[in-house]
Design a protein around this ligand. Sequence first.
Ligand SMILES: [Zn+2]
Ligand SMILES: [Zn+2]
Length: 398
Amino acid sequence: MKANYLIRASLLVTLNFFWLMGNTQTIGIDGPFMDQLLKIKAELFSSPEYSNQEKQTAEIVLKHLNETKPDFLHKNVGGYGIIAGYKGNLPGPSVMFRCELDAIKTEKGNEHLCGHDGHMTILLGLSKIVSADRNFHGTIWLLFQPAEEIGEGAARMVKDMEAMGLRFDYSFAIHNSPKFDLNSVVIHEGVYAAGSVGMEIHFKGSPSHAAYPHQAVSPYNALIETAAYMQSLNKAENVFQGFILGTVVNMTLGEINYGVTPGEGYLRMTLRSFIDPDLDKLCALMEEFARKKAAEQGLEVRFAFFDRFPATVNDTKANEMVVAAAKAENLGIIYAKEPTRGSDDFAFFATSSTSSYFNIGNGKGADIHTVGYKFSPGIIETALKLYRNLIYNVKIQN
Ligand SMILES: [Zn+2]
Ligand SMILES: [Zn+2]
């Protein structure tokens, strides 16, 4: 009881309402403003570009950002990435909001089937709001990330930002989710998305004529046994602290040659976990097993790792701010039962700042990346109201 009361009281004292902040030129999130934003969304929707090719998209974003006269405007960060900064009238932390520039590749060409056009529109709407009314604490940074779909953009931006001497105290990001009711705010306590890594195991023996297989050192058994070992780890109990999953994505053995017993082969897997030490352990166990099999069977073994993502982990403090901002708008809040299995490179921003990555329900329907998916434009208004509350009414502490 007492603890509950204290939490409520602390949420109340962190709320500072508009009228306390002095005179403002507040932009109302009303019909005409939304019409203006829907036009921007249509513009972005009609020029979808694949990861690392977001040239035109970046130009559209820059055109709209320039109208708001940001205090800082960095382009070509980590590719076509853009970061715009707006200084508030009051001292405070640097607070970043992230969206993505890229579309996905489909049979029809490039399409915005992940809703990134909507996410960009939210931040362009926010650029107009924060530019017009500077009665906020600290500096607001709006970040447009390239190559999210292939998981390259965030790490590259972080690297460039280090060289620029730019860092954020807080980071926030929204992703729409067709798994939840429209406009519901979905909070992940702790882990938002799994960490993952691509692992390649290369076994090398020696080939022989197909008629004399006993003269070859074939990696056949080592490949099959190692893949089966990975499957057994998926079901293992009391080995890992949390969820892990290994998926075989590719396996090759020898070549298409009916006269040859193969001498080498590859096993390629994507390994994922909700807790980073589990991923290290999973990789180590796979490596140990493959080395054992190689030694038993007279094979050489080599390992390569690709696209390592840390798990995206939310901070309680940042989550509480999102919840307070959502409650002030009477938005429905859902606490997610489990993290997202897929990885997200927002992790690279999350690890270096106090962060919250949350979902807004898109209304139940076709999932992202599938035929029939449609971004629900109502999310733009919901997200803007939430972000506006976060910036002006919820005190973001240093
Ligand atoms: Zn996507
Ligand atoms: Zn996406």
